[in-house]
Design a protein around this ligand. Structure first.
Ligand SMILES: Cc1cc2nc3c(=O)[nH]c(=O)nc-3n(C[C@H](O)[C@H](O)[C@H](O)COP(=O)(O)OP(=O)(O)OC[C@H]3O[C@@H](n4cnc5c(N)ncnc54)[C@H](O)[C@@H]3O)c2cc1C
Length: 321
């Protein structure tokens, strides 16, 4: 087995998701290579991938790879796969990685399994695992063509440091004409204040049970006193009460804080998959049969408009005293 992992970076930071997938590739055994594409910053980052399981890192660095567009990366990956005969190519999902994986599948006429959460050896081959039917079932999937392409859910594997050194090899690829057709017109970085949802130790999520955008302040107040960050359900985001960047769940962010407080959140399975690994889950909901009460640690049956202001008051009194 020989596995190639597409490793992404932002500035001088290698994406944690990519490092997690690289570690998983190393656990599977066989030859493990990584590919990094970008500007002159890439080579310095590449050498460190040995500590995450790569034996060789194929580096394509050129100003034409910045800002990041998928098609030039498809050219690089297709070249590396063909030149070195990799039989498996793994990606940690991101907007860019999904485009590159799809493009590579088309270019190599290869099968792509997406949204996988795990991969394991089996039956002389490897087996991918993905959740189905609203994440209530774990199903096994395989590949009929080579190379096998797989795109993993973000956060599927934690990066683990290990001993090892990687050989860095420069790749030089002639880009296809059509790969130069697109250009990035504008690049905006969303203003960020405080810790991100993914790194916060406390997340307070507002659901439709808040009753209106003006009541999102309940979540903000509680997050403020607990030193946390505000999250939202998809229903709240769709209602325009909160930005998509705050969405927790299957189509939003995956969080695992020490404390997760859900205010007026029903606990739909698509929400659950984004927060179920939180250490302690507290739910406040007026419906005693709300699904969230089936998987929370502390269930408070009550109206958020009554319970939350009282809770904030008590916590403030405790922290000021
Ligand atoms: C493909 C797909 C992807 C999805 N992705 C996501 C995702 O990423 N994240 C996500 O969150 N959802 C996602 N959803 C939507 C999900 O199925 C639910 O519709 C959504 O999570 C419900 O949001 P909610 O809990 O805020 O609202 P509701 O389901 O309307 O629940 C509101 C809750 O508030 C309670 N309540 C009402 N009034 C009060 C009160 N005064 N005090 C206390 N409690 C009260 C109610 O009892 C109820 O349980 C997805 C759905 C699909 C089909």
């Amino acid at each position: 087995m020989s596995t190639l992992v597409f490793v992404e970076h932002q500035g001088d930071q290698v994406a944690r998701g990519s490092l997690g997938v690289l570690g998983k590739a190393a656990d599977l055994g066989g030859e493990v290579g990584a590919v990094m594409v970008g500007g002159t910053e890439v080579k310095a980052l590449a050498a460190d991938l040995g500590r995450h399981g790569a034996a060789v890192v194929h580096v394509a660095e050129d100003d034409s790879f910045v800002p990041a567009l998928p098609q030039p990366r498809v050219d690089v990956l297709a070249h590396v796969v063909r030149a070195h005969g990799y039989d498996t190519v793994l990606f940690s999902n991101s907007v860019l990685a999904a485009d590159v994986a799809g493009g590579l599948a088309a270019r190599l006429d290869a099968g792509l399994n997406w949204d996988l959460v795990d991969i394991a050896p089996g039956d002389g081959s490897i087996i991918g695992k993905r959740l189905a039917l609203g994440d209530s079932l774990l199903v096994e999937v395989g590949w009929r063509t080579s190379p096998r392409l797989a795109l993993f859910r973000p956060g599927s594997f934690e990066p683990v440091g290990r001993d090892g050194q990687a050989r860095v090899e420069t790749v030089s690829v002639e880009l296809e004409d059509h790969s130069r057709a697109a250009r990035v017109v504008e690049h905006r970085v969303e203003a960020d204040s405080g810790p991100s949802l993914e790194s916060a130790e406390v997340v307070v999520t507002g659901g439709m049970g808040l009753g209106g955008p003006e009541h999102l302040s309940l979540a903000e107040d509680l997050a403020g006193v607990l030193g946390g960050v505000v999250g939202a359900t998809r229903a709240v985001v769709y209602a325009g009460w909160a930005p998509h960047s705050a969405q927790v769940g299957q189509t939003g962010k995956t969080v695992s804080p020490k404390l997760y407080v859900a205010l007026g959140v029903s606990g739909a399975v698509q929400h659950k998959v984004g927060m179920q690994s939180s250490q302690t889950i507290v739910a406040i909901n007026s419906d005693p049969r709300a699904p969230i009460f089936e998987f929370c640690d502390l269930a408070v049956v009550g109206d958020v408009h009554e319970v939350v202001p009282r809770l904030v008051e008590l916590l403030r009194a405790r922290t000021s005293g």
